[in-house]
Design a protein around this ligand. Sequence first.
Ligand code: NAD
Ligand code: DAU
Length: 348
Amino acid sequence: MKKILITGGAGFIGSHVVRQFVTAYPNYHVFNLDALTYAGNLENLADIEAQNNYTFLKGDICDEDFINTLFETHQFQGVIHLAAESHVDRSIKDPLAFAKTNILGTMILLNAFKNLWQSNWEGKRFYHISTDEVYGSLGATGLFEESTAYDPNSPYSASKASSDHFVRAYGETYGLPYVISNCSNNYGAYQFPEKLIPLFINNIIQNQALPVYGDGNYTRDWLYVIDHALAIDLVFHKGNNHETYNIGGFNEWKNIDLVKLLCQQMDVKLNRTKGSSEALISYVKDRPGHDLRYAIDATKIQKELGWNPSVTFEEGLSKTIDWYLENTKWLDHITSGDYINYYKQQYS
Ligand code: NAD
Ligand code: DAU
């Protein structure tokens, strides 16, 4: 059995990637390493946790001795690295935590992989999952291409950019076989309700204000998380070593337009009067250093690997809302406890 390590598999995207690999590849043993921070939740994997090609390991990627021993014990041939601090607003409040996990944690994994395999690289691969935010902010036109220069603006995106550079450096210096992908904003089931879409779904359910930052005219490109997991599967198996792939939904939305669409769909699904969710919109203080626009040119993965998003945004959003409405227990577990303190600090 091929042994694959997926880091951050109890998080939002990681849980979809774990599910994809455990179900599509019975000939792989998938080890999910996760520290179970506030963002990690084993409930995200309840449906596959009993599969015999799956093992959960609780641990911190910043614990060097633990990671080295883990690699020596299990001899992972492939690594898909998603573990990270992932929320921009939290990075503004606590940038050091982002440097530690996203930069140092990535280096510790790279080092363990390099020390384990030395130059015996045949059949090995280190896949680093990154973000389009490393490219900085676009004006009204243009798209991020794989060759776009890095220009990160937030502590989160700077830490991700730095980790990307270390992955490349290990490739150039030690010949480590890596691939990197840089993806746009994901949405879908199991996303922690600190990010725009699940936070607003939860607030609409609770009849609470919808805090739109600044004038709401910021633009993001949105991708359904299952399409990202399928893209990760393709890049892991078919991507070329030492290359980067941009992944995006060909789907740009101004925040305020997205929020209005969400409100319309929620009114119908909750059987509320038309316009009642929109009435909850409240413009609040802007995010410092807020990037104006992200937009991905995903033609490389489309042309070279034959990947395309499978759902329209309207369909994906509708499925996402349905999932949150059907999984109120999941939402209740998350939004009790520490979440209340986070919410007060961020939005009061
Ligand atoms: P998330 O915050 O939902 O999950 C992160 C996971 O990593 C959690 O399960 C957490 O417990 C774990 N983790 C954090 N620190 C750890 C540590 N020190 N050791 C071990 N595990 C640790 O994040 P996400 O949104 O699923 O993002 C996953 C990855 O994809 C990140 O690398 C992120 O930068 C990248 N990404 C996210 C998006 C997006 O829209 N969410 C888009 C592009 C790229
Ligand atoms: O582009 C990929 C990135 O997308 C990922 O690398 C990050 O991990 C992920 O968090 C996401 O970053 P964003 O900052 O774009 O996502 P967020 O959901 O936090 O915000 C989306 C937009 O909505 C952004 O312009 C800020 C705005 N926003 C967000 C929140 C949480 C609001 O207006 N109000 C809010 O309360």
